[in-house]
Every structure is written in structure tokens, then in C-alpha cells.
Design a protein around this ligand. Sequence first.
Ligand code: BGC
Length: 353
Amino acid sequence: MSIERKGFGSAGGGEETRLFTLKAGPFSAGFSDFGATLVAFEAPAAGGGRDDLVLGFSRAADYEGSDAYLGATVGRFANRIARGAFSLDGKDFRLATNNGPNHLHGGKRGFDKRIWKTEGYEEGGAAALRFELFSPDGEEGYPGDLSVVATYRLDPAGILDLAFEAECGAPTILSLTQHAYWNLRGHDRGGILDHELRLAASRYLPVDETLIPTGELAPVAGGPFDFRTAKRVGRDLAAVGGYDHCFVLDREGGLAGSGAGEAAPALVDFAELRDPESGRRMRVATSLPGVQLYTGNFLSGFLGKGGARYHKHAGLCLETELFPDAPNRPDFPQATLRPGQVWRHATRYSFFV
Ligand code: BGC
């Protein structure tokens, strides 16, 4: 295993960024300190050679100019908060609104647009990166200082582990996610509608016209949201106009908690994605209670790395998260983090080639 480092261009007002490439066995994962972003993930191909399975750009400035969150580590709050408003302990807070009337993925300059302090290390047979970020009280409207550590670890068997730990200086809200757009055939090999997906989720969150959950946890049974038995992603996609929904992950003993101040909940194996053409499979497990299935509905045909064009449905995101708009929904698993608590969650991606 090894870790390579090189420049990734300037961003963030002239600051230099870097690209770190973790190599373990036949796999490699490239991350930038700009956004703690997964820029590339290479896996072997059955007939020899390798493919890069995530959508990305070739320099930090392109990430800075994009609102697609390709591969980003997203914070403070993954997905939407209605009208950017919530109250906590009787105080009202106003967050930046950057998605119609709503707050999305941390606001105008979320964690995906910050340069993270990054350290690479080797551990057992694995190569790892520890990303650290400090977010001051008031950033994008959020209360309380916040320190976040995101650790990504790649092992030679094809397991990519992500672990989050965060602590705050005053009560706040938090839901971190990883926003990679996967295409198991290769990022430049067309769309994901033929991929097969299994999701261990018996319920999902219906949304209003601005993509805010209505509050209902609706059964998927028999409808277009039912992925409990593997099916083609494109099979029922037209019926919902493209997936951009949070699924409630089935878990023994009910929903996973906020992750604040407790031992991290156990990982639940909730998804398997398979590309029938290459035969590649990815399994995902998480401690979080939900996953946003987003089928790249808003990808507009922009130019990515290596001259690839990313059209609608070029990649698919499985964003493990607390539920969108949780701060305004007392009946959802709570997103509150308080001083003295540690917010801990983990997600594991396993690849089979
Ligand atoms: C959201 C989409 C959004 C995309 C990129 C996803 O997590 O659910 O609505 O367009 O991120 O910004």
C-alpha cells in the first residue's frame, strides 16, 4: 500500500490544494483536501485494466465552481432544511438558503468548498487519510463552533471505510455525508439506469415540490420505491421523475439514533449496487438511519475529468444521512449535538470485481 501526494491547483482565494492517492492491492482512491472530496476510485476490470468508478473533476477550481457536490464530504447538514430555518432550545436560527427557498448541503460555502487539514498514514495493510475541519460559530448561520474529523481508509480487499467524529462548543445540528456519484462501469461509460440496486428499506420519505419531506414515513411495498428485491434502477424511474429521496433503513430494534453522545450504532448492510455489464458490485453499510438515493437527475452534461461529459443519470449517489429537515421534525431521529457529546457515524463501501 502507499499514499501519493501531488498538487491539485489553487482554490479558496489562491490557496494551494492537494490530491492524495491511496493505493491498496488492486484498488486506489484519490481524495482532495478541497472538500475532503473523493475525486477518483479505481478498481480492476475482469478483462484486465482498471476503471474509475466515480464522477469527478481534474482540479480544485472546477469543484469550487460546481454545485453538484461530486464526491464531496458534505456538512454541516446533508440535504435540505426547509426555508433554512429551525429552532433549537427555544432559539430561532436562519441558515443560508442556496436551493430555491431551502438550505442544501451546508449552504453557500459548505464543507465541500473548504480546505481540510489532511494527514495520510498507513495502518495494518490499509492506507488512510484523516481530514480535519474547524467550522466557527455562525458559519452559514449554524450555531456553535464545530470540529469535524473524517477518516477514509482503503484496504487491499476493496473496502473503503469512512468514519466521522465531531464535537461542538454550543448546541448545534449535524448530519454529515459523502456525496460520491458511482458508476460501476466507469465514470465515462454512460449512465446508471441499467445498474441493479437492492435497498433494505421498507419505508421512504415522500417530499413536497421543493424536495422537503412531508413528514410521512411511507411504505415502499409494491411501488416504484420498492428496491427490497434487486431491480434495475431505470425500471420505475420515470414514474417518480428520477429518485431524489431519503429511504428509511430497516434495522433491528428500530431507527438508528442521532449518533450524538452514544457509541456509534452498529453498521447495517443496506445496499447492493451491481453493473451487469462489468459484473462489478458495491455493497454499502452504515450506522446512519437513512440514505438519499439520488440518480443524478440534475446533472446537466457538464465536462468532468478526462474530457468525460456528465449527463443526467451518469452516476448515482447513496448518501447515508440523518433525515432531511430533521431539525424541524421532532418525530425524526434527532440531529442535535451538544457540548460534551461526540457525533459518531460510519459508512463502509465494499467492492467485488
Ligand atoms: C440532492 C439533490 C441535489 C444533489 C446535488 C443531492 O443530495 O438530494 O437534490 O441536486 O444532491 O446538489
